[in-house]
Ligand binder design. Sequence first.
Ligand code: SF4
Length: 145
Amino acid sequence: MNSTLCNEHWWSEGLYFSCLGCGRCCRGEPGCVWITEDEIKKIAEFFSLKEREFLSKYTYRIDERVTLREKRNGECVFYDSESNRCTIYKVRPLQCRLFPFWPSLMACKENWEREKLRCPGIGEGEYHSAQKIEKLLAHAPYEDL
Ligand code: SF4
């Protein structure tokens, strides 16, 4: 990333985003979906699994963090390609709920614009004020999200 292209709060006029439900962010390029201790509890409960069972079946650890597994084709382990839906939508991780208002994407307009190529909901639909965006960013579980 070229830091000279970045300026703080380039989104001060607010931004538009609405999820169009295309499911592209749940498949494609490999990536990590970090889950917190609370989320592990909630999702394990959702499947009526013991945390240990849930962790070994659906996650793996990288250093101190836990991420959801992906299928061989790159889809999130909880993405159902037939219905094009997230099968844990009600208890989906905060990382998914916050998308695309992630620190990494908000750091630079260029990053946001690049993400637009992947997510058709960026630049569409609901208006998010700068104040709202700041609140969402404050909820990011990790700085490097
Ligand atoms: S890529 Fe964007 S529009 Fe498609 S499901 Fe993900 S957030 Fe919604």
